[in-house]
Design a binder for this molecule. Structure first.
Ligand SMILES: C[S@@+](CC[C@H](N)C(=O)[O-])C[C@H]1O[C@@H](n2cnc3c(N)ncnc32)[C@H](O)[C@@H]1O
Length: 598
């Protein structure tokens, strides 16, 4: 079709304020570049930019794309000046404009503000989506994380409802937020596959493609269909197909990427480079090196040279491997209310051993208990036994040491560990029980009951808190102490900020401060059940030994975006703001009486 399109006459029309040719169809990249070149020769760049942008609110999609592609070759300051004087609100549904602002690689505040307000105000979900990718191109965050965060301020539709609107990008991100290991297998994969194979609608096809690629749900049928679509005439379908392939690249796909390195479209060449990078072998590197030798487009040159570095340089290669192995689950196990994040005790063990590694909190408690000889200490919600060993090393006790946890896997892990550590010499009893039922399993009373990040088991469930408090009271001797270690409940720390950024919880908030205040407001008293602070504001790190450990554990618990963030920032440490409560028997009884009174 482009053979009929004459760049000279279109440029002339544009100069005279006539734009009809831009509305008829999406014009090829090559012709649009020529048009830009001719317009730039006229030395009226700002006026032309303004007149092109003024036509965007009319809502013609072809016009929108063509204008975006023309402006891509204009100097950034002409767009900055135009956006600075025009009312931006009518432009927020433009996909072309949001796209080009990312391509200009200019962080002028007018551009950044425009993109950020598009994320907040765009009705068109494609413009909303595109704005996030432009912010990512400008180095201002990860696009999907930006989109997930933007939905955090709203109530999400049910997963089923989102799956019924696969043509809407907001629903696609909604599905990502709601995905977990179970519903991906049972609901998301079968429905996505069906719609992907059957759909004749472009928006739905590209979105299915993207989601299948992101969640790595490529079976043989999907793979064959992707390969078929990779030769599509439609730009969008082709891009999204390559996205899915690039995310799921393996050696069998290498010839496809090798061919795509010669594609007319620079974005496809970039994606082919990423696919070859994922394959990561010697042949893939050679393919990229050969292509770099003839590549002319700066963007692609950048992508290719970085890829060669990643594949050649031992330091970068190591990061690449860490990154690719850490990205397994979309949301991370921590987001699951059903305590699935404890389902792998080995990973949880590394996490808990990395919290306050110098035991500043526990030492504060033990120092206060100096001189006492305790009877039958109990650790509630013991997990992999993080607190047990330092207590045994420091505290003298008579009777047994009871380690209580509801999870069978945690108890098994702890039992094996205690055998390895010969802890049977310290009368350790590992009890599989909930806190509530612990009195059914322990007949002794204790003078020291501790719980580190374990009490109450569900802070928002008041009824359960009350029952667990009664269980503690039942087990505590008249002269006993009940101590809990955990958050100081201000949530004003770096690890809480990670939670806000990466965990799709039910708090609707647009900023960390907003989120933090809502979280604080949900807890009415220490541990939400009237305990007494012994010390607050203890700042200790969660500190991993290596980047690999940090990416693996944080990726497993907080999800793939968190892992990506960890690898790209090289981060291995986060500050936590912790607090300790300490109560005597009579304090607990007063609280219980108050509960009963209510
Ligand atoms: C956050 S971990 C804390 C583990 C350990 N105390 C630490 O500091 O690393 C909480 C532990 O409580 C356990 N748990 C969850 N609900 C429980 C309940 N109702 N009763 C007993 N244990 C529970 C989990 O299996 C998990 O091992």
């Amino acid at each position: 079709m482009d053979s009929d399109v004459d760049s000279g006459s279109i440029a002339k029309e544009i100069e005279q304020g006539v734009f009809t040719s831009l509305e008829i169809e999406i014009i090829s990249e090559v012709i649009l570049r020529e048009i830009s070149g001719r317009l730039l020769e006229k030395n009226k760049t700002n006026a032309i930019t303004k007149s092109l942008i003024q036509g965007i609110p009319n809502g013609n999609r072809n016009y929108d794309w063509n204008v975006g592609s023309i402006l891509r070759h204009f100097p950034a300051n002409s767009l900055v000046e135009t956006l600075g004087v025009m009312e931006n609100a009518p432009l927020h549904n433009s996909i072309g404009l949001t796209w080009v602002l990312g391509e200009l690689k200019n962080q002028h505040w007018i551009i950044v503000n425009y993109l950020r307000s598009t994320i907040v105000h765009a009705r068109c979900s494609d413009a909303w989506w595109r704005a996030a990718f432009s912010l990512e191109s400008l180095g201002l965050g990860d696009a999907i994380n930006i989109l997930k965060m933007s939905l955090k301020g709203h109530r999400l539709s049910e997963l089923r409802e989102n799956l019924l609107h696969l043509d809407d990008k907001r629903c696609i991100v909604g599905i990502l937020i709601q995905s977990n290991v179970d519903n991906i297998e049972k609901e998301i994969y079968p429905l996505l596959k069906k719609r992907f194979l059957e759909s004749e609608q472009i928006a739905e096809t590209v979105n299915c493609c993207w989601l299948l690629g992101r969640l790595r749900l490529i079976d043989n049928d999907i793979y064959d269909h992707l390969l078929k679509l990779s030769g599509s005439e439609n730009h969008e379908i082709k891009y999204y197909t390559f996205f899915a392939l690039q995310n799921n690249a393996n050696e069998t796909l290498r010839p496809v990427f090798e061919r795509a390195l010669k594609d007319q479209d620079s974005l496809i060449r970039k994606m082919a480079t990423r696919g070859l990078l994922t394959i990561g072998n010697e042949a893939a590197r050679q393919n990229i090196e050969t292509a770099l030798a003839v590549e002319q487009e700066e963007d692609v040159i950048g992508e290719m040279s970085q890829a060669i570095y990643c594949l050649k340089n031992p330091y970068d290669r190591n990061r690449l491997l860490i990154e690719s192995r850490a990205f397994r689950n979309e949301n991370g196990m921590i987001s699951d209310e059903s305590d699935k994040w404890y389902s792998d005790p080995a990973i949880y063990h590394t996490f808990s051993e990395s919290e306050d590694p110098e035991n500043v909190c526990l030492n504060l408690v033990l120092r206060n208990m100096k001189g006492h000889t305790f009877r039958n200490p109990i650790d509630l919600g013991t997990g992999t036994g993080r607190m047990i060993w330092p207590i045994m090393d420091t505290l003298r006790y008579q009777g047994r040491f009871y380690a209580v946890d509801a999870s069978e896997k945690m108890c098994d892990f702890l039992l094996k560990n205690s055998k390895r550590e010969r802890k049977f010499t310290h009368n350790l009893s590992v009890i599989r029980s909930t806190i509530e039922d612990a009195p059914l399993h322990i007949s002794d009373v204790s003078t020291f009951i501790l719980s580190s990040f374990g009490f109450p088991s569900h802070i928002s469930n008041k009824k359960r808190c009350s029952k667990e408090l009664q269980a503690v009271d039942h087990l505590l001797a008249d002269d006993g102490y009940f101590v809990t270690i955990g958050w100081d409940e201000t949530f004003n720390d770096e690890l809480s900020e990670m939670w806000y950024r990466f965990i799709p919880d039910d708090i609707q908030a647009n900023t960390f401060e907003d989120w933090r205040q809502q979280r604080v407001a949900r807890i009415q008293s220490p541990r939400n059940c009237g305990l007494t602070w012994f010390k607050r504001g203890i700042r200790v790190p969660l500190q991993f030994d290596s980047l690999k450990e940090s990416a693996n554990v944080m990726g497993y618990l907080f999800g793939r975006d968190a892992a990506q963030y960890v690898v790209s920032t090289g981060r291995t440490e986060w500050i936590m703001s912790l607090g300790i409560t300490c109560d005597r028997k009579q304090d607990l009884q007063a609280i219980i009486q108050k509960y009963e009174g209510n």
